[in-house]
Write a protein that binds this ligand. Structure first.
Ligand SMILES: [Zn+2]
Length: 199
């Protein structure tokens, strides 16, 4: 049983919560200094709003799962560091045998360019890390012209491992452009604007 992944998710989420206001202030300050246009300003604010809403919903989703599933839903940066440390075999006393065995069977480290990347041991694809999830989902969703969940998952699976359909669905549900498009599709009620016979 891997004990610290959900703790790591909790920490990461709290970090997001606490830094969110600071990020907004930094952006506002930067925009003021660089005199960026109001359009760019609102685009950046809406980006951070959307990112925060996404992680809030993901956090809520993970917390709603059975404890044993919570642990393996996502791999955070903190967990990635622990897996790297474990796989390096330099810190034998730091991890228990269950964790070591989980690391060895699930992950491998690949050199891609100058970077050491945590990969799935079976398909050798990079693990999609929790903190990068929003940006990667956004990129994929836009590349597929706001494609649906399955289209996005197919595209994501070309380059990544360890992703989650439900989290992708949360991302798509959170996409403002998709919500606007959906709103246009809903047919209007066929009530006449001018009621006949009442002149
Ligand atoms: Zn969309």
């Amino acid at each position: 049983m891997i004990k610290f992944n959900s703790l790591s998710i909790e920490n990461t989420f709290l970090l997001y919560q606490s830094t969110y206001k600071q990020i907004k202030n930094i952006i506002a300050d930067h925009l003021f200094k660089t005199m960026m246009s109001p359009t760019t300003n609102s685009a950046l604010i809406s980006y951070y709003d959307s990112r925060t809403h996404f992680y809030e919903k993901v956090h809520k989703h993970i917390k709603s799962l059975n404890y044993k599933y919570q642990e393996k839903t996502v791999i955070t940066e903190e967990m990635k560091t622990k897996i790297f440390r474990c796989l390096s075999n330099k810190y034998p006393d730091e991890f228990n045998s269950t964790f070591k065995s989980w690391c060895r069977t699930s992950f491998s480290i690949r050199k891609i360019g100058v970077e050491s990347v945590l990969c799935d041991s079976k398909n050798r694809k990079p693990i999609l890390i929790y903190e990068q999830m929003y940006e990667i989902f956004k990129q994929i969703h836009e590349e597929t012209a706001h494609g649906g969940r399955d289209k996005c998952m197919n595209s994501l699976s070309v380059n990544y491992s360890c992703y989650n359909r439900q989290l992708m669905q949360i991302f798509i549900n959170n996409c403002q452009a998709c919500q606007n498009r959906q709103a246009v599709k809903i047919p209007m009620l066929s009530k006449p604007i001018i009621e006949l016979g009442k002149t």
